[in-house]
Design a protein around this ligand. Structure first.
Ligand SMILES: [Zn+2]
Length: 278
């Protein structure tokens, strides 16, 4: 079997948490795994003021991501060195260093450089809704998609290394019916929605687009430990901390992926094998 590798492309430390089960499974099967993070989440929350200040948050979150990745056995973490753009409409949107204000050619070029050096078989990123619409999530989806194609083209970014074609590009997200179920549960329990302004029928992957549903129930505790390393982002009152263990298991024990570009799947491909036929 040829050497396999997966590169997960995200915007902030903790965005990778949606795919840690699959990444863990890859690690256990000898697949090289890397995580690209466009920013250091500099304008995220600080759950506990003893952990960071607004000035140190980026450096602290870099270490949190490295520890969260190490929990699932991933050591290759790459930063694109952009700045967190903040939630839509926040003042951080206007910062010239913000990821959303990057020159698109340059942002794609930075991704192409990592792809050509790491040589992933698969690239994984957010779906077009960016999980819940964060502007940096939309940007990483758009630019990682472009970089998937550009990396294979020797006429593009010749200064960024020899052309390399990853075999497949997948978008990872929750399925819409899962999101709806989750929202219903939160409402029943009087737990406020984490994304009150997000129309739930427009985020995540439409169920019919999902090509792979990966059962990662056996890694749920490890996923929880990995998430737990993002300490600045986890206030004790946060929605995730309030979830009962059965619910955590139900929603975090499955990861959904949609093949969006690259080598088509064989017709008999198992629904949990993202490498099928490669
Ligand atoms: Zn994020």
């Amino acid at each position: 079997m040829p050497e396999r590798a997966v590169l997960a492309c995200y915007a902030h430390p903790d965005d990778e948490q949606g795919v840690t089960g699959f990444l863990r499974r890859c690690v256990l099967h000898g697949v090289r795994v890397g995580i690209v993070c466009a920013t250091r989440g500099e304008v995220g929350e600080i759950a506990d003021p003893s952990l960071a200040t607004p000035e140190t948050l980026g450096a602290v979150r870099e270490q949190e991501l490295r520890r969260a990745a190490a929990v699932i056995g991933v050591r290759d973490v790459f930063f694109l060195d952009y700045r967190d753009s903040g939630m839509a409409g926040s003042p951080a949107n206007a910062d010239p260093r913000a990821f959303i204000n990057a020159d698109p050619h340059e942002a794609v070029g930075r991704l192409v450089r990592v792809i050509r050096a790491f040589k992933p078989t698969l690239i994984i990123t957010f779906d077009e809704s960016g999980g819940y619409g964060h502007p940096d999530h939309l940007a990483i989806c758009r630019w990682a998609t472009e970089a998937f194609h550009a990396a294979a083209d020797p006429s593009r970014y010749p200064e960024a290394g020899a052309a390399f074609a990853p075999a497949r590009l997948y978008y990872a997200s929750f399925g819409r019916s899962m999101i709806k179920q989750f929202a219903e549960f939160l409402a029943q329990q009087n737990i406020p929605s984490p994304f009150p302004n997000v129309p739930l029928d427009q985020i995540g992957l439409a169920d019919e687009r999902i090509t792979h549903t990966v059962d990662v129930a056996e890694y749920v505790e490890l996923k929880r430990r990995s998430l737990g390393e993002h300490r600045t982002q986890l206030s004790p009152s946060a929605m995730l901390s309030a979830l009962p263990p059965e619910l955590w298991r139900a929603f975090w024990g499955v990861e959904c992926y949609a093949l969006v570009a690259g080598v088509p799947l064989p017709s008999d491909a198992p629904k949990d094998d993202l490498f099928a036929g490669l």
